[in-house]
Ligand binder design. Sequence first.
Ligand SMILES: [Fe+2]
Length: 291
Amino acid sequence: MDISRQVDLMKWPYSGLAFGVGLRRPHFDEIGDNHEGVDFLEIISENFMRFGGRPRHVLDRMIERFPIVLHGVSLSIGSLDPLNEDYLHALKDVVGRVRPPWFSDHLSYSSNFGVEYHDLIPLPFTEEALEHVVRRVERVQETVGIPFLLENPSYYVQMPGGEMTEAEFISEVVRRSGCGLLLDVNNVFVNGTNQGYDPYRFIDSIPTDRVVQYHIAGHDDSGDFLIDTHGRRIKPEVYDLYVYALSKTGPKWTLLEWDNDIPPLKTLLAENGHVRKAGEGVFSQRPAAVR
Ligand SMILES: [Fe+2]
């Protein structure tokens, strides 16, 4: 693993403020000509693997217009199964085509014993799981060859046997493996509320100097717990946490996630504008009014 190269790539220009949205099928026709306020795009890596057609054509057009980062959902970094070499090679193909500054996936697992769960399952916060993940992150970084970020996932049950807090687990994975952190502030807020911890103290406890990118999204309140739906506007409390985190990490790229009940592009761009206002407000003298 070449950590020095990774650290170099995590400096400017990738440490500036930038605001982006996900490239989603309902916006394929429009976003090429209508992207006011969009500095970059994020694509779901799996949506552009192993096939061409319209998605590949649209992607090729977007590559010419935007910086693009890759975000995966099925690396399954915590799985006990061997790393999926076919997947890694397909990922490498997409990386070669898009040439992103980094790629990311979740600190969780989505398959085990050959079974795909189609969900992100949390890991037990144990030393054994930590060492397992660190070994696999190193292997992934070596194979794909560009900086890798892990995202703090949302979760609704705590695996038994935990020996450390979630913040300690994430911090050690990042420190030992040399990967970067994709900090999803909505997930921090949702988890803090559901699991009973202070999301601000969570931010205080993680290595904020390893945060390379943010996710921000809307969530739903079921009454008993919060659900990370990515299907509505961002809640004021999540903006507050984002502003707090950004003030600690310095300017970073922020991606607005909206994956369910995907709105018209106009609404998405307006929400991206609110995120920009909040983010830029952190580094200007004027307080941001984002609500
Ligand atoms: Fe996320």
